[in-house]
Write a protein that binds this ligand. Structure first.
Ligand code: NDP
Length: 263
């Protein structure tokens, strides 16, 4: 039996085991996906090997540590410097990032997007900015503080703090901050946010499983929107395809994985 896991801290809330096990069960694949609570990210590689894993996902806060411990990093993960999917290939640990591509697949239903403003400057913002720019979308980033904006400046991406930002018109505003994850915080001061959303065509929050204060404002204004569920699904579909070495198409993996959302 092939073994897979998700590494994270915390990891108890993760839907990944349910999502992947549903696919394995319905496609009759002899495999099992578990959770691994890992506090020390530097042990990721040794724990992966000790457990005899075929593949794994990596969540907060270990995506950068995973990047450091791979033998080879493929695709967009090399630019983002964060890995969320690991696959063992001939004894070598190969790293990928399916968050970025998963997000791009998740927003296809909105139709063509020419410009996007990303709220937040953490790992998810980095992944999305690189993936969207690779699709020819004009990307800007807005963060509460300046510290994390250096990466974007080095990548030539327009970046602002609350102090030097003036609301402009964007096809899409994407909230990647953790504001609203637990409390009632908005990702921006309310007056600026409402001004911004008044000039915006669509909005996405990458947080899933709850209505954030950001999405509540978006809904009140009647904008087309999505939460992070489709991104979660699509990054999972792409990871599962890598785990099974392309034996199944995304179209075969997606329906059973989607069914796990109603369990
Ligand atoms: P990070 O911790 O790397 O970054 C968090 C960002 O949020 C920082 O830019 C921080 O600003 C900002 N922030 C935090 N609190 C506030 C606040 N109260 N007001 C304004 N800004 C705030 O997080 P990640 O990028 O790793 O993850 C972000 C979110 O994305 C998480 O909620 C995670 O669950 C979600 N996610 C969803 C996925 C999906 O599949 N749907 C996949 C991956 C992530 P500052 O720099 O000033 O501190």
């Amino acid at each position: 039996m092939k073994l897979f896991t998700i590494f994270g801290d915390p990891v108890g809330h993760s839907r990944s085991p349910l999502m992947h096990n549903c696919v394995f069960k319905e496609l009759k694949i002899d495999a099992c996906y578990t959770r691994t609570h890992l506090t020390d990210g530097s042990r990721l590689r040794s724990v992966f090997m000790a457990k005899g894993l075929t593949g794994a996902n990596v969540t907060v806060p270990h995506k950068e540590a995973a990047y450091e411990q791979c033998d080879e990093v493929r695709g967009i993960a090399a630019t983002i410097k964060a890995v969320n999917t690991l696959v063992l290939e001939k004894g070598r640990l190969i790293g990928y990032n399916t968050d970025a591509e998963g997000f791009v697949r998740a927003i296809e239903s909105f139709g063509p997007i020419r410009s996007a403003l990303i709220l937040g400057a953490g790992g998810t913002a980095r992944a999305l900015s690189i993936a969207l720019r690779a699709r020819g979308i004009e990307v800007s980033v807005l963060n509460r503080s300046a510290g994390r904006l250096e990466y974007f400046r080095n990548e030539g991406i327009a970046s602002y703090t609350w102090e030097n930002f003036s609301p402009a018109s964007y096809d899409m505003v994407i909230n990647t901050t953790s504001a609203g994850l637990t409390g009632s915080d908005l990702p921006l001061p309310k007056t600026v946010l409402l001004d911004l959303l008044g000039r915006t065509k669509a909005a996405v929050d990458v947080i899933y499983g709850k209505e954030t204060p950001f999405l509540r404002e978006v809904k009140t204004l009647g904008l087309p929107y999505k939460d992070g569920s489709d991104m979660l699904l699509q990054q999972g579909v792409l990871a599962n395809r890598l785990f099974l070495r392309d034996a199944y198409a995304c179209e075969e993996i997606e329906p059973p994985m989607k069914r796990s959302f109603i369990l």
